[in-house]
Every structure is written in C-alpha cells, then in structure tokens.
Write a protein that binds this ligand. Sequence first.
Ligand code: IMP
Length: 437
Amino acid sequence: MANLVVVGTQWGDEGKGKVVDILSQWFDAVARYQGGNNAGHTVVVEEEKIVLHLVPSGVLRRGKICILGNGVVIDLEALIHEMDQLERLQVRLAGNFYISKGAHLVLPYHKILDAAREQKALHRIGTTGRGIGPAYVDKMARVGIRVAALADPPIFKERLALNLAEKRAQHPENEALAALDLEQICADHMRFAERIAPFEADTSLVLDRMLKEGKRVLFEGAQGTLLDIDLGTYPYVTSSSATAGGACTGTGVSPRRIDGILGVVKAYTTRVGGGPFPTELTDATGDYLRERGQEFGATTGRQRRCGWFDAVGVRYAVRVNGVDALALTKLDVLDQVDPIRICVGYRWRGRRIDEFPVETAHLLQCEPIYEDMPGWMAPTVGILRYPDLPDNCRRYIERLEALAGAPCALISTGPRRSETILRDLPATAPWRLGPAG
Ligand code: IMP
C-alpha cells in the first residue's frame, strides 16, 4: 500500500504538474480532488509543452487511470476541449479516464457572477474568472447541479431554470445574466453529456476497487495550501479544500488509505491575484525571478507576483498537511542570484512571530525577517545527482529543509522530466519515490 497525496505548499504554481507527471509512472491511478479549470498544470514531454486545466497530468502516461473526483467542479465545455486536444495528441482516454457523477458543474451563470463580483468588489480577489467560486457557493447552498443530473434531461432543465431565475432575481441589474438563453444552455449541455457519458462513473467505487486490488493511487491537489478555503489567507483564497485533507472528501476515499503526503514547494515564492504576500519583491530582483522563472499564469497569462522563500508559510503548510517530504522546484531560477534571502520569521507590531497568522489583516502587517545565504552562481540545470549540486546550493536546500521541517525527496532542476534529482530518504520509506515494493 503506498498511496500519496501531492499538495502545493505555497500559493499554487509550485510545479505540481511536473512532479505528478514524473511520479505517475510509479502509480496506477491519478485522482484530482478539488478545484476546476482555474488550475493550469504545465508539463513538457518531448519538447512539447502541454497545459492541462482539468484532466490530471498522469493522463500523459500510457495506461494510467485518471480520475476527476467528486470534489472537482467541472466546466464541461472546457473539459471537452481538453479531451479533444488530448485525443488529437493520440492520448487514449477510453477506459483510462473517469469523471465523478458527484462532481458539480460550472455553468455559464457562474462565470458571469464571478466576473460581476470581481468588478464590484471592494477587495478584489483577482480570481481566474472561471466561475469556480460561484460554483462552489451553489454547492454549499445546496442548489448546485451535478454531473449525474445530465442523465435526466427534464430534471437537469428544471434545476437549471430554477437556478437561472434565482440568479436573475438576485442580480436584476446584470445584463449578461438576463441575456442567457436557457434553451441554448440545455441544448449545449445535452451535447456535452453525450460526449462525457462513457467516462462518467461512481469514482469513489472505482478507486475503492483499485485500492482493494493493491493498486497505487496518487491524489493530485490543485492550487496550494495558502489558497485553501479553510487554511489559506482568507478571503484571498480559492473556494475549495486544496490541502491534503481535501483528498479524502474530494474523492470518497478514507483517510486510512493515504500513506504519504508530498508537499511541492518552489525555491522562491509566487502568487497570482490579490492578497498578502510578505516576501513580495516589487523591485528588479522580482522582475528577474519573473522573467527567469517564466512566472506567467498557465490559465490566465497574468504576471505572477514574485518574492523570496517564505519559510513561515511553508512550515505552516508542512504542519497542516502533515507533509512527509518536499519536492523542491525551480531551483535553477536562483542560479545567478546572490545573496539569496529566506524569510525565517515575521516582525509584527514590534515583536517576532514564527507562526503563520490566522488573521489575514495581521499577515498584511507582517514584515519578513530575513536570513541571507550566499548564492552559488553556477548552473544547476539538468543536474541529476544531489552531490553534484554546488556546495552553496546544497546549503540553501538544507537550510530550507531545516526551516520547513521536512526533507526534499525530489529536486527539480529544469522543466523536462529528465531534469530531476530523486533522493531515497527514510521519510519516504512508506511510499518511496520509485517502483513499488
Ligand atoms: P479562483 O480560484 O478563480 O476563484 O481564484 C481565487 C484565487 O486563487 C486567485 O487569487 C487566483 O489567482 C488563485 N488561483 C486559482 N487557481 C490558481 C492556480 O492554479 N494557481 C495559482 N493561483 C490560483
């Protein structure tokens, strides 16, 4: 038994797509448990860059079972676009891909409400505009429409009509809502339903059967811990459970079946959208990290805010997820930076704090306390063995490990699959990175 949750430890964009792509070779199935097409996982296979928003990146490996769990919210048009693209790339989906009947749909009015809220809001969250928040609002308000409803067109239409009427009543000024055509949405969704019908399943059951057969499952988190609806920098968060706990509720798999948690962490920090970011760099170094790290959103193309490594945030993520080991990414982006700063604590109202504050307004007032490390000023791109990394680079990694409270089991030294260092560590023994057994 060796089932693993892969979770982001910062504000998303840690490089989970690449990490999941590499690890999936040792797993039988990859299951997504939350989020929707707000996510964007970039994978480079044989020089081709592939961006996936919904389908787990494990799909790029032949024969792997890929699952969209009940915790995911699905924009069917976006999903079908992605499925068509994958099939054009000769990726076989039939028999390998399952969509939970319990997953909620992102409908056209969700996207309209997402945009309307962002336009009017006093504190803009800077959402991806994909309708994710409003879809989860409906789920919690118990008026959401799930994939299973597509099988019964009259029921689907009735619920859709009710919801649309309610949204219009709540937002009488919204012209885009008024312009939506119920018949058109229904017709589109009946067409989408036909396309996805062969892939619909009770995915909790599919996973249970696999687990009983001793198959290995990797649970792929989207976004990151600090964007989690409960544990992130609320209200500047996404609307789902991006932490490891979400893996169970979002797939219908018991916590008893999880053997390990791998936290993905970038060698520095980025954030897209609004909200506090204590180590943000608005200077030339920030611009340098953005350019060198190609820090532009995979989903929206927006510039990512860039800053130094924040060990307070990562230590918090290690704790709330129970991270056994870290996968460190984009180390090579720091190859020519000297010195490199690490935030080891915060100064808040004249005193030092070492714990991530619950109140976001307090986090906004926190000043980072930095420790400087000498840079290594040498290329690390493509280095495959840990001892071959420059001395200062290993010192930096070891300092991050000590501050975060978890060892680095995987170190990514470039975007390609091959540009990866794997380390065999005691912490990973229950699920080790490599073939089972
Ligand atoms: P939403 O998920 O579109 O509602 O956006 C809420 C916040 O989460 C915004 O700050 C987004 O920029 C951020 N966000 C959502 N998905 C991702 C992601 O995949 N990577 C990084 N940030 C994300």
